[in-house]
Design a protein. Structure first.
Length: 119
């Protein structure tokens, strides 16, 4: 990922960073993002070359912030399965079920095609 470092840095340079209004845990530092915009930017850039500590973050959210329900956004169910295998008391909602991924992609296409036919 080092190869895209300069490109990402140029991309995020004009984006204003602000202190989080709620705690946001970094996948690499396993701690809440600080309030300093420069430090937030540094942590975001470090994500390119740092390991992700997903389960440690889940543990932090569980122990320190009382989070009891997790939402996995995106295709697949890998993160949900990781949570489920670690503890039965943690719940995770998937926003895209693997068995329905093809329907999720196909539905907008069908809708668009039908509108084109009936115009």
């Amino acid at each position: 990922m080092r190869v895209i470092h300069d490109e990402l840095e140029a991309f995020i340079a004009p984006i204003p960073f602000h202190a989080p209004q709620i705690p946001v845990i970094s996948n690499t530092t396993m701690a809440p993002y600080p309030s300093d915009p420069g430090e937030i930017r540094r942590i975001v850039m470090a994500h390119l070359e740092s390991p992700v500590h997903w389960m440690n973050n889940v543990q932090t959210l569980w122990n320190d912030y009382g989070v009891r329900l997790f939402v996995e956004v995106g295709p697949g169910d890998i993160m949900s399965n990781l949570i489920a295998t670690r503890s039965l008391t943690r719940q995770c909602i998937q926003t895209c079920l693997p068995g329905a991924e093809s329907l999720t992609c196909r539905q907008p296409l069908l809708s668009f095609s039908c509108k084109g036919i009936y115009r």
